[in-house]
Design a binder for this molecule. Sequence first.
Ligand SMILES: C[S@@+](CC[C@H](N)C(=O)[O-])C[C@H]1O[C@@H](n2cnc3c(N)ncnc32)[C@H](O)[C@@H]1O
Length: 397
Amino acid sequence: MTMTTAIMMTTIAIMTAIAITIITTIIATIAITAAKRSIPNKNQRQVTCSDGRLKVKESLSRKDIHQSMSLSICFTIIYRGHNIFCARFSQLRLERFKQKVKKRWDPMSTSQESKVVAYYEAAGTDYRRYWFSPANLAMHFGYYDSTVKSHGTSLLKMNEVLASFAAISPDDQVLDAGCGYGGSAIWLAKNRGCQVVGINLVPEQVSAARRFAKTSGVEDRVSFAEMNFTATTFPDESFDVVWALESLVHSDKKEAFFREAYRLLRGGGRLIIADYTLRESPALSSDQKTTLTPWLKGWALADLLATSEYIQALQASGFQKVETRDITEQIRPSVNWLGKLHLPTWPTADIVAAIGRVACRIGLYNDIRLHGIEAGICQNRALRAGLWRYTLLRVQK
Ligand SMILES: C[S@@+](CC[C@H](N)C(=O)[O-])C[C@H]1O[C@@H](n2cnc3c(N)ncnc32)[C@H](O)[C@@H]1O
């Protein structure tokens, strides 16, 4: 919606509300006057006519006028509220119906990829509102050390830590596999001077990333494309670094991604992964794994692997020299920040989820967004229960 359309629509809405208030005030005034005629009224007074006769004259008191105005304002508010509610409700029902039809007729809509797209299309607003700012455009967790004092800095710090881990230099060509809104790709071009291509499944994120690259003045070094990182269209040996920051966890074809990354890297090239990993020892019981389900489903994550499973699969795809770093303690404050939705008390997210559940019931909120909030709560609890870790992996071709 353009700015002009928004202004026009707001003006029309305000004018309609004023018109309804005026009309209902007139109607209420007429009704009160009529009622007064039938009841003895304190506001009747006797006046002497020019011919000397006495005549009773009626007038409306200020109180009457106030009463009729309050009535009409109440009516307008109820009427407008009802209209807005009905419009929103029917829009949501229509969306649900469309999704049902899509599921029924399009077998792709149940694939992991389409779940990822549906999740990010629905939850994009929440990421923009509660997580990132135009200064970082980050959809990942923040890295905290003694130099980091704020949420925003922690998000940028994660880029810095990963870029050092990958030893990225200005000569490198980097593939950002699962680039979100392009935050890391833009940061790398600006701060490491390298060339970056970002790929992503979500069309809205790709077009926003292109816009952000333009406004950041790095469009000559960064480009974005809508593509699946498990099957890209780039020629063999196109990149020096493949960067997967909290993206691989979405995929149910991790082996296919490792093979693709191997094909795309030049000799000596590095694959960098930053992701959630299952606790290694003791391994999770099946009950403990089940407790992670709301998190995985809510954020459209395929599954979590233990670090040793990653290492095994990477070596099977031809990679050597696996290096790992556990940075769970450095991201813990960021996970807690999400749990609190940047308010100071712990149960905030639970309260928001409870309100969201009621709003969903009456059609005012979206199921996918609600499950996204519940996923965050589940993830936070699972971290406190020690069920998962956050691991950086670096391998070389
Ligand atoms: C949690 S976000 C992280 C985004 C970005 N790396 C960042 O740190 O800001 C995960 C991203 O991976 C993308 N993604 C998931 N599966 C993908 C796939 N198979 N191919 C390409 N992108 C994918 C999602 O669309 C989303 O943009």
